[in-house]
Design a protein. Structure first.
Length: 1082
């Protein structure tokens, strides 16, 4: 170990700090942002001196040095980058001078106006040994109501393992509040993890929502809330050691900003299954163009919370790439699908194991085997030996499962095998097939024969047989015959290997596997039917082989044969398209047939003919002429023999499929040439050929054509029509040739840019004419086109006009004042289609319209609201599309009102008329009738309390009706209400008692029992005045020729007290004393 000299460490630390301070002051890049004075240098030196005086001065000095350097460097980098935008740096330098935990982010605007900011944000960071870079683009828009709305897109790369993802985010900020949402989507897939052994890793998909805010009253204090959600089976949201399925986390944090440059905070994050962590944060933010003194001024923190101060703030997102992990497949186990064996015997099976770290053991689940009476004899990982149990008819099979474990404890997926136990051999089973290969065409069959013999070798008849197969269609016999034989037939329409077994008495015999090959369809085609017998001109044949479902058959061996001539090959193999080609030539004239043999099947092509060779050619002086019967094409044929010498006197015959020969030679001249002149009056192509007499040789000339000059006219029958789908315009096309003659049988293609044509194609008549009609349900201009032989002509445009119909509907035609209802105008055209976008002006002669103008919607409707005011009639009209539409007349009925209220006396006759109100003074048994006017049908009355009863329109008071509401409702639902008075007489003149004294039998005592008092003179005057002849009503009839006494007393001059009383009829007032009589309780 190298020992450190403490004095030398002190010197290096002090000199290093001093040099760092000097560097920041003299370097131009930092001179404007760092103004360290002598005091700061001295302060640094004093701190260094105190540290170096400690006992562990070497480590302390190194710690101080790295802390000072990283802090100064972070400040310097931040301020230098803020010359261009907004930057945040965090430099963490450990004792080994590593930058782990450091980060740098910068936002650079490249378009900055009061309303819009376009920016790029770049960042890099080193967390947990992973170096990550972030690059993004964004746009921020500042609204007039104080909000900033933005969006951004980022590309993130974790360079430790090149994990890539992209992110999309949105922002909504305002003063003291920031809202953000981000989504993250991976771009790279699984890669082997460099940090987690035997695991793959990839970016996890996810999203988060972030909110951050500050207190307006104390802007230095703020808080934030973040919700994160990621998806995957093992996502390291809380670190590699705490992986979770589809984890989420909620983060709550508090921040404190003592001055704009510095922010400190603490975050607490909690996720699924109690996972949590706490982070302490310290951030440095420098803003471009702002003096450092301002950024150290605590009074300016509030201004930094405004939206204007944060327009270039960094995007709020998770810049670290969250990873998803999956366990690698380290070990696999395969067991044979089936194991066969006789009861109580041993069988051995060989497992197939692939293990990265080597096999430790195979762990078997033999519970089912042991329950059946068997067991595992040995299991060494290479072979497994089993003791089979006794056979049982109740058990079809036994399942044995297991998992392989490697030397590091990793387990494979579960593998299973099926154990089939047969009884001890008592009979012999054998299954044979008549072939092991067949065609998968549903017809080619394989015959299976099961032979069952006993232990004595004799056939066993009548045995039930169960056939099983894994494909195709199997038809088999269910029992053995007298010879101990059962047969089955197998067909298939699908290629593949089919396995068949036969089971009887729980003994199973397996037949040999049968392979069904795809059924073949073949075709051998020649490219021509004739060729010259010159040994050079070849006929090319193509053989195509396919399965019945159209798939090419490649790799098929083919043998070619021919009845004449020479083949270019006799054998070959079909290519990936199922094709193979061969060529045939001949030096002898005659027919030849080529055959192809594939898998025993012969495919023959159509015969071709080889003719004797005469070399001839036809040339033309031009390839096109006018079809007028005058313009001609001259053809020249030269006949030569195989040696190239002209053949004179050779008889020739000219042929054409269009036109006439005005001159033609029948034999060749001395130069071996023959001439012909061709004209035509029919436009079209002409194929001229020459046959040599005495041979079957035919020579074709180059194809020539005769063109016809067509003249087209297209006329419309009229220029306007109604757009109702029925009113049609007829178009006539006239086709003439150059001579002005009509051209018949010409195909015509019709088209239009509006409306519907009666036909899309047509043919000219003998008069050279073709017609079509055009109708439309849509208004506008239409142009019809006709095309003949590629030549198009357009007719003059026509106009389809729209006919508009309108209907106004109302909800009710009979209403009352104050009613509101919706009025609807519906506009349609002649075809019944809605007419939208039309202005509508509403009018009414009575009542109020809430909307006087509107526009029809997509359904052709426009609505307004009408409110009735006074009785009478109202007519609503609407002006639209130059027309006026009238709604049904609405009748406004008079409102339901009370016409009179009349008291009813003891005889049922009418008493006092109270007008249109109910009486204020009532008593038990008081009756009155309510009459109404303007009622629709019968008026039904109801009371809000049982204090009154109602029979029809007659109201009887039963108890104190104060506050009771009477409501009348007619058949149209109109209502009218009356409120009962509060002057309640608890007892009318029904008792004759003493008016003085307070004991049972006196008026005072009786009224108290009713919760009332003896009515005063004023109260009696009120009821007499309101009801009139009071003695005529129920409860007051005792007053006829009697006095009604009150509680009011007067004192005369001689000191005698007397009571004010009323004498009936008439209610004349008098004064009595020391009396007994009728009274009322009030």
């Amino acid at each position: 170990m190298v020992k450190t000299n403490p004095s030398s460490v002190r010197r290096v630390a002090v000199y290093g700090l001093a040099g760092l301070q000097f560097f920041f002051q003299v370097t131009p890049a930092f001179a404007g942002v760092f103004q360290a004075d002598e005091q700061s240098v001295a302060q640094t030196a004093m701190e260094a001196g105190r540290v170096l005086q400690g006992s562990n001065s070497g480590d302390a000095a190194r710690q101080l040095l790295t802390s000072q350097a990283s802090g100064q460097a972070a400040d310097a980098v931040t301020q230098w980058l803020n010359q261009f935008g907004t930057a945040k740096t965090q430099l963490s330098v450990d004792s080994d001078f590593s930058l782990k935990g450091s980060s740098l982010d910068v936002l650079l605007p490249f378009y900055n106006t009061p309303k819009n900011v376009l920016f790029t944000q770049l960042g890099m960071r080193d967390n947990d040994g992973r170096f990550t870079t972030n690059a993004g683009l964004g746009h921020r828009y500042f609204t007039d109501n104080g909000w900033m709305l933005g969006y951004n897109v980022f590309y993130d790369v974790d360079w430790r393992n090149t994990n890539r993802r992209y992110g999309i985010g949105v922002e909504a900020w305002r003063d003291y509040l920031k809202l953000s949402a981000n989504g993250y989507k991976r771009l790279s897939d699984w890669r082997q993890s460099p940090t987690v052994t035997d695991y793959d890793e990839r970016p996890a998909d996810g999203w988060d929502i972030r909110a951050e805010g500050w207190l307006p009253a104390y802007p230095q204090l703020g808080g934030k809330l973040v919700y994160e959600q990621y998806y995957g089976n093992e996502v390291a949201l809380f670190g590699e050691s705490e992986r979770q399925k589809n984890p989420h986390a909620i983060t709550a944090g508090v921040t404190w900003t003592p001055f704009p440059l510095l922010t400190a905070g603490v975050d607490y994050r909690r996720g699924k299954n109690g996972a949590d962590d706490t982070r302490l944060n310290l951030g440095l933010t420098y803003r471009i163009g702002e003096p450092l003194a301002h950024q150290l001024d605590s009074s300016r923190v509030g201004a930094q919370r405004s939206l204007a101060a944060n327009r270039l703030e960094l995007v709020n997102r998770n810049n670290d790439v969250v990873l998803e992990y999956r366990k690698q497949t380290l070990i696999t186990l395969q067991l044979p699908p089936d194991v066969y064996g006789a009861e109580l015997t041993t069988v051995t099976l060989t497992p197939q194991v692939n293990a990265k770290y080597g096999l430790s053991r195979i762990e078997l689940d033999d519970a089912e085997l042991r329950q059946a009476g068997g067991k595992v004899i040995s299991n060494n990982g290479q072979q497994i030996t089993l003791q089979l149990p006794a056979w049982s008819s109740d058990r079809q099979s036994i399942t044995l499962s297991g998992r392989a474990r490697d030397t590091r404890g990793n387990l494979s997926d579960i593998a299973r095998t099926r154990i089939l136990v047969s009884p001890a051999v008592q009979q012999q089973l054998a299954v044979s097939t008549d072939k092991t290969t067949a065609t998968a065409d549903g017809a080619d069959s394989v015959r299976y024969t099961l032979t069952v013999t006993g232990s004595d070798g004799k056939p066993v008849s009548g045995q039930a047989v169960r056939w099983e197969h894994n494909g195709g269609t199997l038809n088999g016999e269910n029992t053995t015959n007298a010879d101990g034989v059962a047969t089955a037939t197998l067909t298939s329409q699908t290629a593949g290997i089919i396995r068949v077994t036969a089971t009887t008495r729980n003994q199973t015999a397996k037949a040999a596997d049968v392979t069904f090959v795809a059924a073949m369809q073949g075709e051998l085609l020649a490219d021509r039917t004739q060729a010259l017998a010159d040994g050079q001109e070849a006929v090319s044949y193509t053989l195509t082989l396919k399965t019945t479902d159209g798939k090419p058959l490649s790799g098929k061996n083919v043998t070619f044969t021919t009845t004449a001539g020479q083949l270019s090959r006799t054998q070959g193999t079909t290519d990936q398209n199922g094709q193979l080609s061969v060529q045939l030539t001949s030096i002898r004239a005659g027919q030849a047939v080529v055959n192809a043999s594939v898998d025993g099947t012969t495919i023959s092509a159509a015969p071709v003919t080889f003719e004797n060779h005469l070399d001839s050619a036809i040339v033309v002086n031009k390839t096109s002429a006018v079809a007028d019967g005058q313009d001609s094409i001259i053809l020249t044929a030269v006949i030569r023999d195989a040696a190239g010498n002209p053949v004179a006197g050779q008889a020739v015959t000219w042929h054409t499929d269009n036109g006439q020969f005005t001159q033609q030679d029948a034999v060749t001249n001395a130069a071996g040439a023959a001439f012909a002149t061709l004209t035509s009056t029919q436009a079209g192509n002409a194929q001229v050929s020459l046959s040599l007499n005495g041979t079957t040789t035919t020579v074709s000339a180059p194809r020539v054509s005769f063109t016809q000059q067509l003249y087209l006219t297209l006329q419309a029958g009229r220029s306007t029509a109604v757009a109702d789908g029925n009113d049609a315009i007829t178009y006539t096309l006239n086709v003439r040739d150059a001579a002005g003659q009509p051209v018949k049988d010409k195909a015509v293609q019709w088209s239009t840019d509006l409306g519907t044509l009666s036909a899309q194609q047509g043919t000219t008549s003998a008069q050279g004419e073709a017609t079509v009609t055009l109708a439309s349900t849509q208004a506008g201009q239409a142009v019809v086109n006709a095309t003949v032989d590629g030549k198009q002509i357009s007719a003059q445009s026509v106009t389809f006009t729209r006919t508009v119909r309108g209907v106004i509907t109302v909800e009710k035609e009979r209403v009352y004042p104050g009613a509101r209802q919706t009025v609807t105008l519906t506009l349609t055209d002649a075809a019944g289609n809605p007419v939208s976008g039309e202005r509508v002006d509403w009018h009414v002669d009575s009542g109020n319209l809430w909307q006087t103008q509107g526009t029809t919607d997509a359904q052709g409707r426009a609505t307004t609201t009408w409110e009735s005011t006074t009785p009478g009639t109202a007519t609503i009209t609407a002006d639209a599309y130059g027309q006026q539409y009238t709604a049904p007349v609405i009748t406004v009925m008079p409102a339901l009102t009370v016409s009179s209220v009349t008291g009813i006396d003891a005889t049922g006759a009418d008493g006092k008329n109270f007008g249109k109100r109910v009486p204020d003074n009532t008593w038990p048994g008081a009756k009155f009738r309510i009459d109404t006017e303007n009622a629709a049908g019968t008026v039904t009355w109801s009371a809000s309390s049982a204090a009154v009863s109602i029979n029809g329109n007659v109201v009887t008071v039963k108890s104190n009706p104060a506050g009771v509401t009477l409501t009348g409702t007619d058949t149209d639902g109109q209502t009218v209400t009356l409120s009962m008075g509060s002057n309640w007489f608890a007892q009318s003149a029904t008792k004759w008692e003493w008016l003085s004294g307070d004991y049972n039998g006196t008026a005072i005592y009786s009224c108290r029992q009713l919760g009332a008092q003896v009515a005063s003179s004023g109260a009696l005057q009120g009821i007499i005045s309101e009801w009139g002849e009071l003695e005529t009503y129920d409860g007051w009839t005792n007053l006829k020729n009697n006095w009604l006494y009150s509680s009011t007393t007067v004192v005369s001059g001689n000191g005698v007290k007397s009571t004010i009383a009323y004498y009936f009829p008439g209610g004349r007032e008098g004064q009595l004393s020391g009396i007994r009589g009728y009274y009322a309780c009030r």
